[in-house]
Design a protein around this ligand. Structure first.
Ligand SMILES: [Fe+2]
Ligand SMILES: [Fe+2]
Length: 223
């Protein structure tokens, strides 16, 4: 079952990105719409290459994080979907789907290419979700606590950077990141409420997963 889920994901998880890119194409000639052809929704008009590079990096890593989070919850659902914890995990996954969809749209609208490592995060996220869930509900929740804490901290540091740069200019982006950060903190708290800390080896597991998240964030900003 897990094998089938992995190969399905490898084939289909690029779909939302390509659908979003296709929305920017002219329906008759399929050419991409020119820059400035659409009113901006989230980002202000970019003034220089430095700003473009900063925003590209932020959006690329955020997209990668939400993509990975989706794969983690997919892995957890593959193992625990039919248990009592299924509906709770599904609810968190549904929120991650919304986060990912938003970043798919923002990336497409602003011509930011996703990280080249999506295929790796696809498999690694699913394996992390499924293997933590094999330790039982508490294992899955420990994974959730570790990952969501890392993502919340990551979003907080972006919020600080954007606030320092120009809170007015990045108002819409800040609003989205703050909303998602709040969702991630809620997932983190849910994990704790669901006895994450009672899994044997909780602190070791949390430390290892968070080191992995840090590495994934570092790489996804750059590749
Ligand atoms: Fe998320
Ligand atoms: Fe989350």
């Amino acid at each position: 079952m897990m094998h089938r889920a992995v190969s399905h994901a490898l084939r289909n998880d690029w779909a939302p990105v390509s659908i979003a890119f296709n929305a920017l194409r002219c329906p008759s000639c399929r050419a991409l719409a020119p820059f400035g052809g659409r009113p901006y929704s989230v980002l202000p008009p970019i003034t220089d290459s430095e700003e473009k590079a900063m925003l590209d990096r932020m959006l690329r890593v955020d997209h990668a994080g939400e993509y990975g989070a989706n794969r983690i919850y997919a892995g957890q659902m593959a193992v625990l979907g039919r248990t009592q914890s299924g509906p709770l995990i599904q609810r968190m996954w549904d929120q991650e789907k919304h986060h990912l969809q938003k970043f798919n749209e923002i990336l497409a609208e602003n011509r930011v290419r996703p990280t080249l490592l999506l295929p790796l995060w696809n498999v690694a996220g699913f394996v992390l979700g499924a293997s933590s869930a094999l330790l039982g509900k508490e294992g899955a929740m420990a994974c959730t606590v570790a990952v969501e804490e890392s993502i919340s901290e990551h979003y907080n540091s972006q919020i600080r950077a954007l606030m320092e740069a120009d809170p007015d200019r990045y108002k819409e982006l800040l609003q989205i990141i703050k909303e998602f950060r709040d969702d991630e903190m809620e997932h983190h708290d849910t994990g704790l409420e669901q006895d994450a800390e009672s899994v044997p080896g909780y602190w070791l597991m949390k430390t290892v997963i968070q080191a992995g998240c840090k590495a994934a964030i570092y790489i996804s900003e750059r590749v």
